[in-house]
Ligand binder design. Structure first.
Ligand code: 6CS
Length: 312
């Protein structure tokens, strides 16, 4: 039989490379086939989630940036400056985190989803039409964010006018100046040519892009144990593969962007410049608790403990 797997990016993007590895593993180790649906073939991110919950798709890769509107606790990934910027520390957090590997699967299950893995997709950078070194530079900037309330709060706290939009409207929105900024990992800025319609790249160190791969829970629960184990093993292989694949990717993508558009500016905020953005993060954390209550508090506390366990 054939299992259908949709994701939010192109086949050569990080989610596509993960999906391709997963497909190879499943097909090498079983009689099942995987049919991959890259971004755009079945609609926007919200559409592929609906199709998975309805059982039309068996697997979906959707980022908390979108899942946060369905599962409020998933917005914890948008508390700025929570995740470490150091790559090995970050990877170890994703491998060992109790929040990710034990708590979130229970919460996702309530929405009919079997959470198989979460993985990082790279440091998020802002790309804008005017340079950004301070929150004041974001004043009056309509800044596109994924459609989740906490990300809206973040950019409000950063001083911008957050504009939640599905991915498909971002390039055109920048081109026509309906929005003047957006954030994403560097590989995606390159592959989607966001740099053509913005002129300045800013590393504020405020986040790393987290994504998640899930299965329809009824489908997964209905599989024989050997298939479930085969899927979990394929996920583990794809997980380690994608971490290795991403080593140096941000720098390589940036180099290609600069080659294609030498006029683009690249700014890494100094610690001093980061300070006001970091201060804003405290408000965002408080908003997260307001939105999610006791359940969110437990997630945040455990996440901090998980991060502490991988620090130094
Ligand atoms: O910004 C977005 O909407 C998209 N960014 C990434 C890196 N992946 C998928 C998502 O749709």
């Amino acid at each position: 039989d054939t299992w259908r797997y949709a994701f939010e990016e192109a086949i050569t993007d990080v989610q596509g490379v993960f999906a391709t590895k997963f497909k190879e593993e499943v097909e090498a180790n079983s009689d099942h086939e995987i049919q991959l649906f890259p971004y755009g073939t079945l609609g926007e991110s919200a559409d592929i989630m609906e199709q998975t919950q309805a059982g039309i798709l068996q697997f979906v890769n959707q980022s908390p940036g979108f899942t946060g509107s369905l599962i409020p606790e998933a917005q914890v990934f948008f508390v700025p400056y929570l995740l470490p910027t150091e790559e090995e520390q970050l990877n170890e957090f994703f491998r060992t985190s109790t929040t990710i590997n034990e708590m979130f699967p229970e919460i996702y299950a309530e929405q009919g989803l079997e959470l198989l893995a979460m993985y990082p997709e790279g440091e998020v950078v802002m790309t804008t039409k005017e340079p950004v070194t301070a929150p004041a530079d974001l004043n009056e900037v309509k800044f596109r964010v994924m459609t989740n309330p906490l990300l809206v709060e973040s950019y409000q706290a950063f001083g911008a006018t957050p504009t939640p939009l599905p991915w498909g409207e971002v390039y055109g929105g920048l081109q026509t100046n309906i929005i003047q900024g957006q954030e994403n990992p560097m590989f995606f800025v390159e592959s989607t040519k966001m740099y053509e319609v913005t002129d300045h790249i800013t590393f504020a160190g405020h986040n790393n892009f987290t994504t998640a791969i899930m299965a329809n829970k009824d489908f997964f629960d209905g599989l024989p144990a050997e298939d479930q184990e085969m899927i979990e093993a394929a996920i583990d292989t794809a997980f380690e593969y994608i971490l290795e694949y991403q080593q140096g990717l941000t720098e390589e993508s940036l180099a290609r962007i600069q080659e294609d558009k030498p006029s683009i500016t690249v700014t890494r905020l100094t610690e001093e410049q980061r300070a006001p953005f970091m201060e804003a993060a405290a408000d965002v954390e408080a908003q997260f608790i307001e939105m999610t209550g006791e359940s969110g508090q437990k997630i945040l506390d455990q996440m901090k403990a998980d991060l502490e366990a991988v620090s130094d």
